[in-house]
Design a protein. Structure first.
Length: 107
């Protein structure tokens, strides 16, 4: 499942991930900020339970060409991705799979 919107800028949010096994040491609570014309897409990922999970998913998605920032939240399973252009969902799915999690899509 993904939702795409074109936003000039996103504010910050300091919500903490529930159940972090690392005490937050391996992830950031900052919400990614979009630059003008950037695309913000929110994906739903199954299986994340802590900050380490967030870091693994963020790291893999960050390697996709055109991605400027990623914010994963284990508590909700949401991953917010800011990119220069819309991303190929299959590339995002492959990155999430590589991290060991599952990208959820609508039936």
């Amino acid at each position: 499942m993904s939702a795409q919107t074109e936003l000039p800028q996103i504010g910050t949010d300091s919500a903490e991930a529930a159940g972090s096994c690392c005490g937050g040491a391996c992830h950031s609570d900052a919400t990614p900020e979009a630059t003008e014309g950037a695309i913000t897409t929110v994906y739903q990922v199954k299986g994340m339970t802590c900050g380490h999970c967030e870091g693994a998913v963020s790291s893999e998605i960050s390697e996709i060409e055109g991605v400027s920032s990623v914010k994963a939240v284990a508590a909700t399973g949401q991953v917010t991705v800011i990119s220069a252009a819309p991303l190929d969902e299959e590339k995002v799915r492959a990155a999430v799979d590589e991290a060991g999690y599952e990208l959820i899509t609508q039936p």
